[in-house]
Design a protein around this ligand. Structure first.
Ligand code: PBG
Length: 321
């Protein structure tokens, strides 16, 4: 035998020397769910050990994240039903929950990189990411609202906005408004290849944002498509996205690699709520080794080409590293 591949696997020392992919705290963006109220830390039923925080407790949480070496967060607000309407007007409220959450985080940990989710679904009486007219989700009127929403978030102190709605042309609309208003250093992390996935179920529980009618297949991508993901992503880059994203994670690693090879901006992956819940449930039953499977999955996402991972496992993972 001239070649024995097992030589490089003999012990941990040689394995660690030749290891190609290493997970570090620098890899993570931590999704945060915020709610109104005082002293609220509610566990999300379908996401064991993941919580919604009121702003007073959010402070403590982001300090803890920072101390663990986690330096980026992605904020989602759970909006009260009485503030929802078809145009999502609450999204533009300078004193809205999201805007106050951004300020709260920046007050608690000024160096924390704050990203905000931009889409109408948590604010929409229909639970859709855009404005609804005659049962259709209207593209062009929606992108104007998303641009104003983004402006409101950066005015509150957000470093990056993350449009997750999949309307056409929204990155351009956001970029132009931010430039026009002088927010030239605000970033856009675009959910570029976002699929119409059934893995978002637990997230919609977390925000009470499930679509009231139909599904999201007229704007989110068909899981059967690959080439379309490249087209969407290249377009977002042309429109001014600084970071592009593939979502969900595990089922879409072929797309991640393909996009990574096709673009020269950083590629983010969102390991979504359903991916988190599946592992938590299997681990609770004793069917899978939680920590080992979690690290294997995160490593696979990074190996596929992710520069960064938005993950509900961020805290669990860095505590192990
Ligand atoms: C809102 C949004 C969703 C997610 C992120 N932003 C849900 C959806 O599009 O229905 C999903 C995140 C997750 O499942 O963890 N547009």
């Amino acid at each position: 035998m001239l070649i024995r591949n097992r030589r490089l696997r003999t012990n941990e020392a040689i394995r660690s020397l030749v290891r190609e992919t290493i997970i570090t705290p620098n890899d993570f963006i931590v999704p945060l769910f915020v709610v109104e109220g005082q002293n609220v830390k509610e566990e999300i039923a379908s996401m064991p050990n993941y919580y919604r925080y009121s702003l007073d407790l959010l402070k403590k949480e982001v300090k803890e994240l920072w101390d663990l070496g986690l330096k980026s967060v992605l904020v989602f607000g759970k909006v009260a039903d009485n503030l929802k309407n078809n145009k999502g007007t609450e999204a533009l409220n300078a004193e809205g929950l999201m805007q106050r959450a951004v300020k709260t985080i920046k007050d608690a940990v000024p160096e924390m990189l704050v990203m905000t989710d931009v889409a109408l679904d948590p604010y929409s009486s229909y639970g859709h990411d855009g404005i609804v007219e005659n049962g259709q989700i209207i593209n062009d009127a929606t992108k104007e609202v998303l641009a104003k929403m983004s402006l409101s978030h950066v005015q509150a102190g957000a470093d990056f906005v993350a449009p997750s709605d999949m309307m056409d042309g929204r990155v351009k609309a956001i970029r132009e408004l931010l430039e026009q208003e002088g927010y030239v250093n605000s970033g856009i992390m675009s959910y570029s290849a976002k699929y119409a996935s059934a893995f978002y179920g637990p997230f919609r529980d977390a925000l009470d944002s499930a679509p009231g009618f139909g599904d999201k297949k007229t704007y989110q991508m068909d899981p059967a498509n690959r080439e379309e993901a490249i087209k969407e992503t290249l377009q977002d880059i042309e429109e001014g996205a600084d970071i592009v994203m593939v979502k969900p994670g595990l089922c879409y690693l072929d797309i991640v690699r393909e996009i990574k090879n096709a673009v020269s901006v950083p590629v983010a992956v969102y390991q979504v709520s359903g991916e988190y819940s599946m592992l938590k449930a299997a681990a609770q039953k004793g069917w899978l080794d939680h920590d080992a499977v979690m690290l294997e999955q995160l490593t696979a996402i990074k190996r596929a080409g992710a520069h960064m991972i938005a993950s509900y496992f961020a805290k669990d993972a860095v505590k192990l590293l």
